[in-house]
Design a binder for this molecule. Sequence first.
Ligand SMILES: [Zn+2]
Length: 76
Amino acid sequence: MSENNCKDTLDKVFEFLANDLEESEMTKIREHLDGCQSCKKEYAIESKISNLISSSSMDAQASFASKMQSRLQSEI
Ligand SMILES: [Zn+2]
């Protein structure tokens, strides 16, 4: 199983969304997301967050992102 990669994957979800990883890492994460429901869920959330962030002001994005991050972390 790929459960061991969950932490790695979630650590890199933002970079993944920003296309900011090596191609091999992008592939690894994409494959993990394909087979992992819980990471897929987190990915969907992060992807929504990053959409919101890119469409909101600097202040709002800082507080919103850190609020969401700590909320997500306490749920994991
Ligand atoms: Zn996973």
